[in-house]
Design a protein around this ligand. Structure first.
Ligand SMILES: NC(=O)c1ccc[n+]([C@@H]2O[C@H](COP(=O)([O-])OP(=O)(O)OC[C@H]3O[C@@H](n4cnc5c(N)ncnc54)[C@H](O)[C@@H]3O)[C@@H](O)[C@H]2O)c1
Length: 318
């Protein structure tokens, strides 16, 4: 099959591209390279395009006319703090970019879409594990753009028969291949590695949460497992019975910040005592996935452990 991967030069997108190529699919990559790394995509056909720029619709139409069967849409701005500072730009980029993509897909009758959504759509849930039916209440513009994106996808399904799956990723980490490592120092594991490499002490924000060890609990999913979930979602879109369109992608097991730090110490061999600081605003105590739906409907489950995640991420930056 021929698949267009938007954001394919990014951290997660490049893993999706490589898995598709390994199973023999033809892959086209679309990326504006604002955060993408050209070397990650090797010899895949690459289109350098900002989805939110004027003229993107027509450029997309001509790309999709190359017999594209399906689109995996990962291209988005994803910095929560930046989205609070620049909400209009985040809406223009993430919502505007998706609107342009959907319009071009409709105009070319490309009717299969896997959309990168996020656990940020849930906001501050007060349950240890969220199901897809847990009410969404995002607390920042980034999460809002993802929720609006899901609504747009649902509207396109109703209006013109788009077949779509929204994947709500939890905390993505690790590396499937060393050359595809996460180069942004934005999530816990890369931040801790950066601190250790700089001979500083990692910071823990809050040790008095109502969790077993007092630190926040998150669901860390290996990027290779996550990439594989996109392949399962593509197969699902071919089915006539599709009872659901939104799926949590996580392991179903939460790990606390202290558990992650202990794994980092084991993997790196560096003995450190973190600096405990006050809680940050907007951090829920728990954010972990109930993964029943994706397991039962797509037949997908995560296979990798927290150790695999930390170990692969550390090896990739040596
Ligand atoms: N990394 C995570 O933990 C996480 C969690 C939940 C959801 N997501 C979502 O997964 C997707 C991929 O995330 P990632 O971690 O690989 O980020 P990334 O920044 O590495 O990848 C995003 C890619 O999209 C490209 N891009 C951004 N805006 C674009 C635009 N307007 N037009 C064309 N290309 C554009 C960037 O250049 C980059 O290569 C995003 O949609 C993100 O919101 C990521």
């Amino acid at each position: 099959m021929k698949v267009l991967v938007t954001g394919g030069a990014g951290y997660i997108g490049s893993h999706v591209v490589r898995l598709l190529q390994q199973r023999g699919d033809q892959v086209l990559v679309l990326d504006d390279m604002s955060a993408g790394v050209p070397a990650r995509i090797g010899d895949a056909v690459a289109h350098h395009l900002d989805l939110a720029a004027p003229g993107a619709h027509d450029a997309l139409v001509s790309i999709l006319r190359n017999d594209v069967d399906a689109v995996i849409h990962l291209a988005a701005r994803k910095k929560v703090g930046e989205s609070v500072e620049l909400p209009e730009w985040y809406y223009a980029q993430n919502v505007g970019g998706l609107a342009t993509l959907l319009s071009a897909m409709r105009d070319t009758s490309v009717n299969r879409l896997v959309f990168s959504s996020s656990a940020a759509t849930y906001g501050m849930p007060d349950v240890p594990a969220v199901t897809e039916d847990t009410p969404c209440a995002p607390i920042n513009p980034y999460g809002e753009t993802k929720l609006v994106g899901e609504w747009m996808v649902a509207d396109a399904a109703r209006a013109w028969g788009l077949r779509a799956a929204n994947l709500r990723y939890f905390n993505v980490a690790g590396a499937g291949w060393p050359d595809l490592a996460d180069t942004a120092v934005a999530n816990l594991i890369p931040i801790v590695f950066a601190a250790l490499k700089a001979n500083t002490v990692p910071i823990v924000f809050g040790n008095d949460y109502p969790t077993p060890d007092g630190s926040c609990v998150r669901d860390y999913v290996h990027v290779l497992d996550l990439a594989d979930a996109h392949l399962s979602a593509l197969s699902y879109l071919d089915r006539e019975d599709r009872p659901h369109s939104t799926f949590n992608v996580g392991t179903g097991t939460g790990s606390s910040v202290f558990e992650v730090l202990a794994e980092v110490a084991r993997v790196t061999g560096v003995d450190f005592t973190p600096d405990i600081q006050d809680r940050r605003a907007g951090d829920p105590p728990y954010l972990a996935a109930d993964v029943t739906r994706i397991r039962e409907t797509l037949g997908w489950s995560a296979t990798k452990t927290l150790h695999d995640i930390v170990d692969s991420a550390w090896s990739a930056i040596q």
